[in-house]
Design a protein around this ligand. Structure first.
Ligand code: HEC
Length: 326
């Protein structure tokens, strides 16, 4: 006689055993609700995944991503559950246990929100920092690689002086104080097309943000040759090792690039090649700052010293860098 029940029960017990095994072998399967640890392996196809993830996650936890990142020195993983707890956003959108580049861009778009930490308009930024005041900022005008617009870059004089004064002559890294804000205005046909900004965070990374032509915070730049998404595309050049003109050839003039001239268009001090080599500022980019403001500033101090027109404190800065004779 045909007895289906026993067959059925065998089938069920096999199924139960399989489920039990799956639960034992794949502990993560049951943990996707976010209550337990969820380490997402970072798989973004970039050269410096840990630095990039610390930069992005530091914008969430304020401590360089320390609470959201784990690494065994080889592989970097991020805590998807903690990110979700802090931001309400689930980073692993395709639930494969990894964080790929598209998921990272989406995560950053939702969580970076530099706008909530910084002024909502360029006018407010100006009111807070007074960066257009000649007494406040060290200013350089140039045509470079980021845009075909002419850039006017404003570096707070007090921060630049502090950075130069703290340079170790044996290892001349130029490091700016926390909270330094550097502004780059992009000018086309006598109109301000956009403004790019970097503000140094507590954790040592800089936040990147952009104001559009009407002075509102924007997701990206818009000028030729290509719009740059903030902050994901800012990190590309600022964290990379590629060198750019006109900084690369300075003090020699640079040849024009595919998108036009690359040159300093304001008067820059005559800086001796020795000083340029001493800082090697653009290649060293110790603080992910790509301009050569310390080099130019010291060139200016040396010109003032030669003209007998330098303050005692600035003379001491030169003496510390290059010895008493300066
Ligand atoms: C194509 C490479 C590239 C990209 C992408 C890029 N930058 Fe820059 N950036 C530079 C270079 C080179 C300088 C140095 C000054 C110059 O030559 O324009 C610079 C300078 C700056 C400065 C002045 C401080 C410094 O480092 O010298 C700010 C502010 C700035 N960039 C903001 C941004 C923001 C915001 C983004 C993203 C929207 C961005 N950058 C993307 C190459 C880049």
């Amino acid at each position: 006689m045909y007895t289906p029940p026993s067959g059925k029960s065998t089938c069920l017990s096999v199924l139960l055993a399989a489920m039990l095994l799956a639960a034992l072998v794949l502990p993560n399967v049951g943990c996707r609700s976010g209550s337990s640890a969820e380490a997402l392996v970072v798989d973004i196809g970039k050269r410096n995944p840990e630095q990039l993830m610390r930069f992005y996650l530091g914008a969430i936890d304020g401590v360089g991503g320390d609470s959201l990142l784990t690494t065994d020195g080889r592989r970097v993983a991020v805590r998807g559950d903690r990110i979700e707890a802090l931001t309400g956003y689930r980073a692993d959108t395709n639930s494969d246990g990894r964080l790929d580049w598209d998921e990272t861009v989406a995560l950053v778009a939702v969580t970076y929100r530099a706008g909530e930490r910084y002024p909502a308009t360029r006018d407010e930024l100006e009111a807070q920092t007074d960066y257009r005041n000649d007494d406040v900022s060290f200013t350089v005008d140039l045509q470079g690689t980021m845009t075909v617009a002419t850039r006017r870059i404003f570096v707070p004089m007090s921060a630049l002086r502090a950075a130069v004064a703290s340079v170790d002559p044996a290892n001349p890294r130029v490091m700016y104080p926390v909270s330094t804000t550097i502004v780059g205005e992009h000018w086309l046909d006598n109109a301000l097309a956009e403004t790019t900004v970097m503000t140094k965070r507590q954790d040592g990374f800089w936040d990147y943000y952009v104001y559009n032509a009407s002075g509102q915070l924007a997701d990206s730049t818009s000028t030729e040759p290509r719009p740059l998404q903030s902050p994901t595309q800012c990190a590309g050049c600022h964290f990379g090792s590629r060198t750019f003109e006109p900084e690369k050839s300075f003090p020699a003039p640079a040849r024009p690039g595919p998108d036009g001239p690359r040159q300093f268009v304001s008067d820059v001090p005559r800086v001796s090649p020795d000083v340029v080599a001493f800082f090697d500022e653009h290649r060293r980019r110790s603080d992910t700052v790509l301009g050569i403001y310390a080099t130019l500033f010291v060139g200016q101090l040396q010109e003032m010293a030669a003209a007998g027109n330098i303050s005692d404190s600035d003379r001491r800065i030169l003496a510390t860098l290059f010895g008493e004779g300066e």
